[in-house]
Design a protein. Structure first.
Length: 208
């Protein structure tokens, strides 16, 4: 298909597609003349992935570039998923060493209980450490007291995540599904959580 057809099929404006091409997010089409190129279904699928990551996931173009590079690499699936996860996980808060040591102890204990493994430079660990420190600094001890229940739920969600990956028809689709699931799965759970919070609040505190 030509550029105009690619735009119609994907629902993304031609100008935006050209921008994605310049930024290296979308692979070039098959050149048919100096000013024309042909695109296929793989370009439509990639555009839908980019749109999901940018518009729904709220990721920057630079982060999306890291993610699609991981999807397109020839590395083993486990390695690629790790690259994608690191690209999708950002936490820039400055945590004092004393607080970091305490929070790492909390996170490390939960990890041992659940069989989770991570290195000292794991960005997810940094995210958890920063979040736990922030909760304590705000004085919400009740939330920290329930942290084990959150970890239990995370195990069940991870099982659901991996069940969806097993349905992939090829390795690149499995990796792509993992990337989408990380971003959109978080949003999906966030929405369900808000609905459940509203219902539970009504059950506990409604009068009459």
């Amino acid at each position: 298909m030509r550029m105009a057809e690619l735009s119609a099929e994907s629902g993304i404006p031609v100008a935006t597609i050209k921008y994605y091409l310049r930024e290296g997010l979308l692979p070039a089409g098959e050149r048919t003349s100096p000013n024309q190129a042909r695109y296929g279904e793989e370009h439509v699928r990639r555009l839908k992935l980019i749109r999901a990551l940018v518009e729904v996931g709220g990721l920057s173009v630079a982060t999306v570039r890291e993610v699609v590079a991981a999807v397109d690499s020839d590395r083993a699936a486990y390695s690629v998923l790790g690259v994608a996860q690191r690209a999708l996980t950002r936490f820039d808060a400055d945590v004092p060493d004393e607080d970091r040591e305490w929070a790492m102890g909390v996170v490390g204990e939960l990890a041992r209980e659940h069989g989770w493994k991570f290195g000292p430079d794991n960005p997810v660990a940094e995210l958890l450490v920063g979040t736990v420190c922030t909760i304590r600094a705000l004085g919400h001890q009740a939330l920290l007291d329930q942290i084990g229940r959150y970890a239990d739920i995370a195990d069940r969600i991870a099982q659901a995540d991996l069940d969806t990956l097993e349905a992939g028809v090829s390795m690149d689709r499995i990796v792509e599904a993992a990337v989408v699931g990380t971003v959109l799965g978080d949003r999906l759970f966030e929405g369900f959580r808000r609905l459940a919070q509203a219902a539970e609040t009504a059950r506990r505190y409604s009068v009459g």
